[in-house]
Design a protein around this ligand. Sequence first.
Ligand code: S6P
Ligand code: ZN
Length: 279
Amino acid sequence: MSPETTSRSVSGRPGWRVDTATSWSPLHGSLFCATYLDLLPCSLFYQTTLLLQGEGLLFCVSATDFIAAAERLWLNGNVSSTFGASIIMTLIQPFVTEVNFESGAFTPRRGVYQRRLSDMAGMYADRDEAARILAGEGDRLIYEVHTVELPVEEGQIPHCTTRILPGTIGGECHMTKGHYHARREQGEVYFGLSGRGMLLLQTADGNASELEMVAGSAAYVPPFWAHRTVNIGAEDFVFFSIWEARAGHDYGTIERDGFRKLVMLRDGEPAVVDNPKYG
Ligand code: S6P
Ligand code: ZN
């Protein structure tokens, strides 16, 4: 049973094609069927999107489930109560990534980005020293992140590794920029792979926490806590992180206010001190 269709592209979704089915079934009324291929660089997959017109619902299922899902949604009669808002769900192929615990590298290689001193010179307490290093030694690599590319959709679980190189800027340990999740109610899990680190956490209403991490540490970042990681050892500090795709990242608040605590290296050991410039 194939519907009569007309095709059009989808604004903002390159590669998508929407087939408008006007006579799929008298039971369903008008349906839209959208297909696209190869959205993710790492895998080829196929998706069908079904829009039940009039219910404001965008629902995606695999091609083979297409008709069954439509029947279920419609016959259950709970379309608007179960799926009150428009949602998009992408069916992607399962995949496995090999993680190098020493370097954080992913095989197969997926996304990688780097943060250098110039990206965050203003975040270190001793900005003069950061400027001196930039002018003399150059733009030092502070950390790099290996990522997977996933759709930003409810239910997807991005994960990545972060490798922070050892070193200090004016005595302050190399660190990540740090952020709140844009959706503050979303938490995260960090797992230490190698080296020695510290996880700095704080809330907007005054709580602060520091957790040491080594290989094998599983650290929980609860909802509402901003988080920054710091390398407190002489080797690379590498950890794995897992969060919810729609958490998002708010870097601006930390760029403006900084963290309440700084981690300094004194005689080779970390010292957590108050940030005199906080706020
Ligand atoms: C994402 C998670 C980590 C960091 C990464 C780099 O929610 O917390 O993957 O993105 O460690 O830190 P930052 O602060 O530059 O994002
Ligand atoms: Zn995070």
